[in-house]
Design a protein around this ligand. Structure first.
Ligand code: SF4
Ligand code: SF4
Length: 349
């Protein structure tokens, strides 16, 4: 039985209550924020549990590392507050079951790229950046054995995550992985933020995908030719769990001659892709998702972005066609890095 490490004393002495005052989706003043977070911590209901769009951002806003978003989700589950219609929750939970059949366990004895639940994105793992790097979870039929399960935060199902995640960690460990480079930053956030907050042991080191890409580019520095593109970065919700790694986005851009355009919705003010909000199917959620997407894409366009750079496949599938409609070319970060070293990624059009 795992317990969330949330310290209510920190909230009692918190000078900002930034977790809720900074929320982009609710208008909450400081007094209300202080009152509501204490109610939630005490196990009581709050309008926050019902209106939260599960964007993860309060995890980043809390200056005390106190995990307000995990607390909100835990309470939603305990008080039976459903962020999605119940049949969708049940269907989603069934899809991500990790233990169907047996995955093939290749012994890595070192570092490996962990694709998590994105084995179907192996088309991105091509070329010199990835030469000689072992991959685990490259079989789409078995990828849920490696699915970090954190997506169920959007479903208010901490119990599902805590029940399945230790088995997923055990499967990864069976490969004798000492260092897992996480393709998806949701996996990275799981092992470096969620697991410590719950007291779940992770017996391997983890590396953020962008840190790996940056280091590979430095090794291949002689091949780099400036891409000379004006770029906007689509920050995914799960990157709120590892804000310290955001710097690699800009370090990569600098290294490859991409100019990050000056935007309003950037860094802590980034807007999510809206995919989860669209899927919540609450009254007005489609409209809200489309408002957020409109603000986000107009901001990219007004700033003069030619290219929108993605980290998360889910963001890509939600937004790529919408940015394209506005004349902005979508690309995954790894493909942008391949372009910079003179390769032609298949998805670049
Ligand atoms: S969760 Fe963090 S930001 Fe929110 S009141 Fe508590 S300490 Fe402050
Ligand atoms: S997860 Fe997002 S919408 Fe929910 S309370 Fe936190 S910042 Fe607000």
């Amino acid at each position: 039985m795992y317990e969330l490490n949330f310290d209510v004393q920190k909230c009692l002495h918190c000078p900002t209550h930034a977790c809720l005052t900074r929320c982009q989706h609710m208008d909450i003043d400081r007094d209300t924020a202080g009152r509501e977070i204490l109610k939630i911590a005490a196990g009581e209901d709050s309008f926050v549990l019902h209106d939260c769009l599960t964007c993860y951002a309060c995890e980043e806003y809390c200056p005390m590392g106190n995990h307000p978003f995990y607390l909100i989700v835990k309470r939603q589950e305990e008080l039976n507050v459903q962020p999605l219609p119940r049949p969708l929750i049940q269907r989603g939970i069934n899809i991500g079951k990790p233990f169907r059949g047996e995955p093939k366990i290749n012994k890595v004895n070192g570092r490996a790229l962990l694709m998590g639940a994105f084995a179907d994105h192996m088309f991105l793992i091509q070329g010199r950046l990835f030469e000689g790097l072992p991959v685990i979870s490259d079989d789409p039929r078995k990828m849920f054995h490696y699915f970090c399960q954190l997506m169920y935060l959007h479903y208010a199902r901490i119990s599902v995550i805590n029940e399945r995640l230790p088995g997923v960690i055990e499967t990864i460990t069976r490969h004798n992985v000492t260092e897992a480079i996480c393709f998806h930053d949701e996996c990275y956030g799981t092992y470096t933020s969620y697991c410590p907050s719950m007291g779940i042991e992770v017996p391997f080191r983890t590396v953020h995908f962008f840190e790996f890409l940056y280091n590979r580019l430095v090794e291949l520095r002689n091949l780099i030719r400036p891409v000379n593109l004006r770029v906007a970065y689509q920050r995914p919700c799960s990157s709120r769990l590892s804000p310290g790694k955001l710097r690699f986005v800009y370090d990569i851009f600098k290294l490859i001659g991409a100019e990050a355009v000056q935007r309003k919705y950037v860094g802590r003010n980034a807007l999510c892709c809206g995919g989860i909000i669209e899927g919540q199917r609450r009254e007005g959620s489609r409209k809200r998702a489309s408002e957020i997407q409109g603000l986000n894409i107009s901001d990219m366009k007004d700033a003069g972005a030619e290219v929108c750079v993605f980290n998360c496949p889910a963001c890509y599938h939600t937004l790529a066609h919408l940015v394209e409609k506005e004349g902005i070319r979508p690309i995954f970060m790894s493909d942008l890095c391949r372009l910079a070293i003179g390769e032609q990624p298949a998805g670049w059009r």
